[in-house]
Write a protein that binds this ligand. Structure first.
Ligand code: ADP
Ligand code: GLC
Length: 488
């Protein structure tokens, strides 16, 4: 099959979270199964910098042309290279006005947030690029709200374009809470006919809602774990779209994300001070010592090192952790934190660091190499998420023998098996259910206690390291979904 990926993030070129990881690794897994996969992403400033730093010079595939849709027009240049470490073609849509910004999701310089326009432009430029390059996909695979309008365009006449005559669409929800909602007067940006301004199309309670439209118009919808697929059909985690998702559950599938097991491999990770495996765990201790040195914290035997690597958003539940962090540290633990995002959360962690300078180090920023060193050196990873569509952090942690302590929600339920004192043969982490600081405290305290029992701890580490999180299994499930999209 010829599969077209249209996505706002691709790791390692430009990412803010797991969307990038998935769109950087799933295409390679599908290509390995024999499919022809083509990826389109915006040519952000961050992408240009990544290519420069890595000595890659993308070539011009389509010289600058005007992309015109309804009353709109903007210039696009299509560049091409391959996904790093593969021969999967990667096409980059360049338009500096939209994409040459300080951060991937930054507003315009004047502070105006033109999010709907810049990603609508991206969708239209992908369509233009495909027709010019003669790319006729069997499957158009859109991801999250940024490219959610593409299935709508297929419905609204795009199949008249020879490149898209036989194209079916699959839409993957990575995070239902980011819907790309804009005011009603932004509807004209989509360029869609007014017949799409209705509740069973783009309109949702008087606003433009690309997420909803993508769900309605895609031939198949997936989300990134089986448990999240169930949760989003409930009012609690349905983000206002649970009714629609329930009514369309016949075309909704939860497929657990995989990870790039080459990039994330403690046996060969070049970012680590010392590589290691489940059989030879000594290297993990050396990596821990190196990480502590980097954090300017003293190495203390039998003192667990807790870690956080995350976007700092409400979703991640740090409002549960920050109030109890000092108490946990005083129980005899250390902590390293890496992340950036909402100022209140960053400030909360900074305050905890100031209060506990000898046991807590906080790095505000985005640093992939440091993230690797943290998964390699920490003893446990804290993920008290309020909701978590899949979560990749816990999978990286498990693979690195770093025991996750998680709130049991979304994909965390599908990947972490909490230790209950008697299930040492299968357990690989610790979990709690209610979104409360007390429950998080109890679960982390249990982890600290068990850390002191070297035999149990090693068993938990080994159970986690033995799990196969490679894309092989999930890539086959995507194949099945593509088949369903083609045969309905
Ligand atoms: P989400 O996509 O919701 O942010 P995931 O767990 O799916 O959560 O993916 C997070 C990804 O982003 C992981 O690859 C993680 O290592 C990475 N990440 C998050 N914050 C940072 C950071 N500050 N520095 C480096 N990597 C980060
Ligand atoms: C989203 C979710 C995260 C998931 C990632 C990749 O960012 O928040 O849970 O792992 O997408 O699918």
């Amino acid at each position: 099959m010829r599969v077209l990926f249209a996505t706002a993030e691709v790791a390692p070129i430009a990412k803010t979270g797991g969307l990038g990881d998935v769109c950087g690794s799933l295409p390679k897994a599908l290509a390995a199964l024999g499919h022809e996969v083509i990826v389109f992403m915006p040519y952000y400033r961050q992408a240009r910098e990544w290519f420069e730093a890595n000595g890659v010079v993308p070539e011009v595939a389509v010289p600058t042309t005007q992309v015109i849709w309804a009353n709109w027009s903007a210039e696009s240049t299509v560049l091409t290279t391959t996904l790093p470490g593969s021969d999967v073609p990667l096409y980059l849509i360049a338009n500096d006005f939209f994409f040459d910004r300080r951060q991937i999701y930054a507003t315009r310089d004047d502070g105006f947030d033109d999010f709907l326009l810049r990603y609508t432009f991206f969708c239209r430029a992908v369509i233009n690029g495909c027709s010019t390059l003669g790319i006729a996909p069997d499957i158009l695979h859109a991801h999250d709200w940024h490219t959610a309008l593409m299935p709508v365009y297929l419905d609204s006449g795009l199949r008249g374009n020879p490149a898209f005559r036989a194209t079916r669409s699959v839409y993957t929800i990575h995070n239902l809470n980011y819907q790309g909602v804009a005011a009603a007067n932004a509807f004209s940006i989509t360029g869609l006919h007014s017949r799409y301004w209705r509740p069973d199309a783009v309109e949702h309670w008087g606003q433009v809602n690309p997420m909803k439209a993508g769900i309605l118009f895609a031939d198949q919808v997936t989300t990134v774990s089986p448990n999240y697929a169930r949760e989003i059909q409930t009012p609690v985690l349905g983000a206002g779209l649970d009714g629609i998702l329930r009514s369309l559950s016949f075309k909704l599938t939860g497929i657990l994300n995989g990870i790039d097991v080459e990039e994330w491999n403690p046996e060969s990770d070049e970012h680590l001070r010392s590589t290691y495996s489940a059989e030879r765990l000594a290297g993990k201790n050396l990596s821990k010592r190196a990480l502590l040195r980097e954090a300017k914290l003293a190495y203390r035997a039998r003192t667990p090192l807790m870690a956080v690597v995350s976007r700092m958003a409400d979703q991640k539940g740090f409002q549960l952790l920050i109030p109890i962090l000092t108490r946990l540290l005083r129980l005899g633990a250390q902590a390293v934190v890496l992340g950036s995002g909402e100022a209140a959360i960053e400030d909360g962690f900074r305050a905890a660091e100031a209060e506990n300078p000898k046991s807590c180090r906080v790095w505000i920023g985005f640093d992939n190499a440091l993230a690797h060193r943290i998964y390699g050196g920490a003893d446990f990873l804290l993920m008290p998420s309020m909701y978590e569509p899949c979560g990749l952090n816990q999978m990286y942690a498990l693979r690195y023998g770093t025991v996750p302590v998680v709130r049991l929600t979304g994909g965390l339920v599908d990947t972490v098996h909490p230790f209950d004192g008697s299930n040492g043969d299968v357990a690989n982490g610790f979990g709690f259910a209610a979104p409360s600081s007390d429950e998080l405290f109890a679960a982390t305290w249990l982890a600290i206690l068990n850390y002191r029992d070297a035999k149990t701890w090693k068993q938990l580490q080994r159970n986690g390291m033995a799990v196969d999180f490679s894309w092989d299994r999930s890539a086959h499930e995507y194949e099945d979904v593509y088949e369903r999209a083609r045969t309905i």
